[in-house]
Ligand binder design. Structure first.
Ligand code: FES
Length: 114
């Protein structure tokens, strides 16, 4: 489990996150899914779908979105917002990559889970 001492927390190596895949890190705010899109851009969302808390980390990454494995809601990796006619937000975290390490900003959750 991550215990942040500053707002940015090292959550692992960027190379450990597979393209179009994810890995999950535990935090005091619950599990956080780190995604890597096909273009190599990394994103971080709560690992909890705003619909019925499906594990977004097990969804299908396409473009800068992930499709929830339970009922196929499409969630923006950039904002955590449900797309289309669906409403809700998983909550997104800012991150940066420094020296190949993913630094997650635990103070920058863009929205709370539905
Ligand atoms: S729990 Fe994600 S779409 Fe229903």
């Amino acid at each position: 489990m991550i215990v942040p001492t500053t707002s940015y927390v090292d959550v692992g190596a960027a190379d450990d996150v597979p393209l179009r895949g994810s890995r999950v890190v535990a935090s005091p705010q619950g599990d956080i899914a780190i995604f890597k899109a096909a273009d190599g851009v990394l994103f971080a969302l709560r690992d909890s779908c705003p619909h019925k808390r499906g594990p977004l980390s097990q969804g299908i990454v396409h473009g800068h979105s992930v499709t929830c494995p339970l009922h196929n809601w499409v969630i923006s990796l950039e904002t955590g917002e449900a797309q289309g006619a669906d409403h809700g937000c998983a909550g997104a975290f800012a991150l940066r990559v420094q020296n190949g390490r993913i630094l997650l900003d635990m103070s920058a959750l863009t929205a709370t889970a539905a």
